[in-house]
Design a protein around this ligand. Structure first.
Ligand code: UDP
Length: 422
């Protein structure tokens, strides 16, 4: 793509720092998304600045990732970790420091792409103050999330209000799956412009190791039937369903069956209640021998884990997209996933893996058994999974589609300049 000028864009991710080493700290899909989208857009010729909140005085204020891509950390409240539900009150300071940064550097970003509702509030202030075009990706919708949790936090009504407002006033919303778009329409607002551009994955990183080599590297026997989970420890990720399903597997009791649950911190470190709860269930079900908790695995080491697995299970109660599914698929590994949200888009039932109703232990057990008991079919599913990711979910393809969207919006804004409040 040729850009007439080197356009500057700002990606805002207040609570998900794109520069932290994914895998070393508690970081999820949003950090991965912003970092990869930013780097891939820079490769296409955009000048990309990614803004996040500084959480530690030892962190650098600016991290240069490549000549055209950097992370900029702004102060908002104490320079300390603050849980996301408590960040909202610090956002006016984030906006002020963003404006100050622009002033000091002689920049006004014509286009802002915000991530998660907190950043969308920042984006809306900047749109109003300086006429920046606003693109927003939700990553998670309050209207869906609050339906799946027992206690709703105090911030809920503010969040729901902001999520509705941004849908109605942003130039464009990026839904990462048709299912997410449908939820926005039915649960948030019928107004506003939504494009579907999926999340992506690194198709060179994932898929570079073969199963045999991966197993040698990890010390896993070639005969082992290996079931894998990768992700955060959060009750909504449904790890309990997976554990109980493996207990119900026809293969349970065989010395070859193994379950690896990747994520969280290293063994011996506390991960909060969910890790303790899952380990307790594993113990009660007599599965301690066959289950491993290797802790959080770095993005460099994950390709071997995915490749070594016979099946990767994504048992989330809900998932707007779910990067883990496409990472496993890129690694030629079939996926058994909950039949919800973005997983209905990424995993094609009976072609690249199997879908089961969320929280349905029996359904997951059957699906896992079908894949573990038919190696030739599992191989076919894995090949088809890889093809689907190559065709639809590479970061380069995703960045290309986002770049086209930005170019369109910037062209329109030159033709019809936006009124700016004083
Ligand atoms: N992840 C990782 N190491 C781990 C566990 C997870 O690097 O031990 C990464 C994983 O590769 C994926 C991200 O964390 O890129 C999780 O993204 P996903 O969209 O699946 O879930 P989220 O955390 O956003 O709910």
């Amino acid at each position: 793509m040729n850009l007439a000028t080197e356009e500057r864009i700002a990606l805002i991710s207040v609570h998900g720092d794109p520069a932290i080493e994914i895998g070393k700290e508690e970081a999820g899909g949003q950090n991965v998304y912003v970092r990869h989208v930013g780097e891939a857009l820079a490769e296409l010729g955009w000048q990309v600045d990614m803004f996040t909140r500084k959480v530690n005085i030892e962190q650098e204020d600016i991290v240069q990732h490549s000549p055209n891509c950097r992370t900029i950390r702004l102060k908002a409240g104490n320079v300390d970790f603050v849980p996301r539900d408590n960040i909202f009150g610090h956002l006016p300071e984030f906006v002020d420091n963003f404006v100050e940064f622009q002033k000091q550097n002689g920049i006004i970003y014509p286009l802002i792409h915000s991530n998660y509702w907190l950043s969308s509030w920042v984006g809306m202030q900047l749109k109003q103050k300086q006429g920046s075009q606003l693109v927003h990706t939700y990553h998670s919708l309050g209207a869906v999330k609050y339906n799946t949790v027992k206690t709703v936090p105090l911030i809920a009504s503010t969040r729901l209000g902001v999520e509705k407002q941004v849908l109605e006033i942003a130039e464009r919303i990026v839904a990462t799956s048709p299912q997410e778009k449908e939820h926005m329409r039915t649960l948030v607002s019928t107004k506003g412009n939504i494009d579907i551009i999926p999340c992506g994955t690194d198709i060179e990183r994932f898929g570079r190791v073969e199963r045999k080599a991966a197993r040698r590297e990890l010390g896993i026997d070639p005969e082992t039937k290996l079931v894998m989970y990768v992700g955060r420890f959060d009750p909504r990720k449904g790890i309990e369903t997976l554990v109980r399903a493996v207990r119900e597997s026809k293969l349970f009791g065989s010395k070859d069956l193994k379950l690896i649950i990747c994520g969280g911190s290293r063994p011996g470190h506390s991960d909060g209640d969910e890790r303790d709860r899952i380990e307790k269930i594993v113990g009660e079900l007599g599965m301690s021998q066959m289950t491993e908790f290797p802790g959080r695995i770095s993005q460099d080491d994950l390709p071997s884990y995915y490749a070594a697995a016979d099946v990767c299970v994504v048992p989330s109660h809900y998932e707007p997209f779910g990067l883990v599914a496409i990472e496993a698929m890129a690694s030629f590994t079939p996926v058994v996933a909950s039949d919800v949200g973005g997983l209905q888009f990424t995993v094609v039932n009976e072609e690249t893996g199997l879908l089961a109703p969320p929280q349905d232990v029996r359904g997951f057990a059957n699906a896992i058994d079908r894949i573990l008991s038919d190696a030739a079919w599992a191989e076919e599913l894995g090949q088809a999974a890889r093809k689907r990711v190559e065709n639809k979910f590479s970061w380069d393809g995703v960045a290309m589609q986002l770049g086209e969207l930005y170019t369109d919006l910037l062209r329109q804004s030159v033709e019809q300049p936006v009124a700016v409040s004083s």
